[in-house]
Design a binder for this molecule. Structure first.
Ligand SMILES: Cc1cc2nc3c(=O)[nH]c(=O)nc-3n(C[C@H](O)[C@H](O)[C@H](O)COP(=O)(O)OP(=O)(O)OC[C@H]3O[C@@H](n4cnc5c(N)ncnc54)[C@H](O)[C@@H]3O)c2cc1C
Length: 464
């Protein structure tokens, strides 16, 4: 089917958030209140922080302030791949922290296990399935790159099944695949909006006071308290955890480390039994292809296919605007790539198209820190892999706020900051040059030009 036809009826909103399970909004904050801990941001980072603060100490008085609705941003509109990796993949972690990669991998698996346990404990209905991830190659150079990190992954105890052309197609049937790696344990699929709403409910059940539609405009240190000023009220807090993602930070220093990158996705209508049989996919893994500009895709509970990725767009100037959540040029490209990957599904229509903003930092994996004498902590920069890692970030923030030295806080990964991005307009020029170079590398068997090689040497990069 012509991609324009397949897209013709697709609604312009995130599929996951367009759900009857969406809860009614909670009240705004009016007046002045106090808290032992105030959490700013109602995405996964903030929700996990509030929940685990109460789990650690039920007597703590915890307030969560969300500027809009819980989970409306990246957390409720992503691919729903909850990855074990804390470092945006083993290769990135190994390059940056070779001496602690084994610990990071273990902590990542523990973190994902604990996400599964929490989902079960609070009975969160978010379609959690630990099906693993299938990385597929569509060109020989991709296979060679995948094989490079295979040995080290296995040494670190990651079980990876190497599949040849026929084996990978027996899992998921696309004529474009030439091989693949199946990491059976390192990833779970879930419905991200229902996870966010479930975590909201879990927080409420433990006594967290959650205010929605309550943006924090400024944070003032009075000495006696940290005052969070919102349009109709103030929270006087002893400690503050910032889970504000890529949005205007309350701490100026964070601005230099984060850039907003837009990522886009499509959702198909549910596949019929016959259509599903033509693709196989009995093991329901998440799938990612392996070019630099990659697609990620997966089945939903009712057997739709979410198909996203490829373009990672930085709008010059680095602004965040609602209109950037729609990009027809990208949607058409995604629909064409879908048709090439699954020609047997010709005729299948898309029901939703949307985009969302990612908190990209130059090392592709989250950074952490504290300020105000240890009374404020932050975690951000997950760069497109935060569904699982945000829970780790929340634990780091709670360790830092408690002034505790833990295995987490002693990691170099936690102590070190990424390189800052240069100021505009150099920032935009550099990012666009990098995006162009990445696209060129994909066209030329993965060969990286001088610009990318220089960035690689500096440990700088751009990813989604
Ligand atoms: C299209 C897309 C696909 C993705 N796919 C995946 C995937 O499959 N797997 C994966 O691991 N990751 C994926 N990601 C990334 C993942 O969604 C994020 O890493 C993660 O959700 C980040 O969570 P967060 O809580 O830090 O930020 P956010 O979800 O952005 O939440 C931040 C919240 O803070 C609030 N806030 C900000 N400032 C204030 C303030 N001053 N006062 C009050 N509230 C404030 C915002 O309103 C927002 O709700 C994807 C992202 C996108 C956009």
């Amino acid at each position: 089917m012509d991609p324009l036809k397949a897209l013709a009826d697709a609604e312009r909103k995130p599929y996951w958030l367009d759900s009857p399970a969406k809860p009614e909004p909670l009240a705004r904050l009016f007046g002045t209140t106090t808290a032992d801990l105030a959490v700013v941001g109602g995405g996964f980072t903030g929700l996990w922080t509030a929940l685990m603060a109460k789990e650690r100490d039920p007597s703590l008085d915890v307030v969560l302030l969300e500027g809009r609705r819980i989970g409306w941003a990246a957390s409720g509109r992503n691919g729903g791949f909850a990855m074990a990796t804390l470092t945006h993949g083993i290769a990135n972690g190994l390059e940056r922290w070779p001496d602690e990669i084994a610990t990071l991998e273990r902590l990542g698996v523990e973190n994902l296990d604990e996400i599964g346990e929490t989902v079960a404990r609070y009975d969160i209905d978010c379609g959690y399935e630990r099906t693993g991830e299938l990385n597929v190659a569509t060109e020989p150079w991709q296979l060679a790159e995948m094989n490079e990190s295979l040995e080290i992954a296995r040494e670190l105890g990651v079980r990876i099944d190497v599949l040849d052309r026929d084996q990978v197609r027996a899992e998921v049937n696309s004529p474009t695949y030439i091989g693949g790696h199946w990491d059976r344990d390192g990833c779970a699929m879930l419905d991200p909006a229902r996870l966010a709403w479930g975590l909201r409910q879990a927080c409420l059940s433990l006594g967290v006071r959650v205010y929605e539609r309550t943006p924090v405009r400024t944070m003032k240190d009075t000495g006696a308290s940290l005052d969070l000023l919102t349009p109709h009220g103030t929270v006087r807090a002893r400690r503050v955890a910032l889970g504000t993602g890529v949005f205007q930070p309350l701490l100026r220093r964070l601005k230099h480390f984060l850039v907003p990158v837009y990522d886009y996705a499509l959702m198909t209508e549910p596949l019929s039994a016959e259509q599903l049989a033509s693709v196989g996919w009995r093991n329901r893994q998440g799938v990612g292809d392996s070019a630099n500009q990659f697609h990620y895709y997966r089945l939903t509970g009712d057997n739709r296919i979410l198909w996203g990725g490829y373009d990672a767009v930085y709008y010059n100037g680095g602004r965040i605007k609602p209109e950037y959540e729609q990009r027809d040029e990208t949607f058409v490209k995604l629909a064409e790539h879908f048709a090439a990957t699954f020609p047997q599904l010709s005729g299948l229509r898309f029901t939703h198209r949307w985009g969302g903003v990612i908190d990209t930092c130059s090392r592709f994996s989250a950074f952490f820190g504290h300020s105000h004498g240890g009374r404020v902590a932050y975690a951000a920069g997950y760069t497109g892999m935060g569904v699982g890692a945000t829970r780790f970030g929340a634990n780091v923030m709670l360790d830092l706020l408690a002034g505790e030295r833990t295995e987490r806080t002693e990691l170099r990964m936690v102590k070190e900051k990424p390189l800052p991005f240069p100021p505009e307009p150099v920032r935009s020029a550099g990012i666009q040059m990098t995006r162009w170079s990445i696209a060129q590398a994909d066209l030329h068997e993965g060969r990286r030009n001088l610009w990318l090689r220089t960035l690689d040497k500096m440990g700088l990069g751009f990813d989604s």
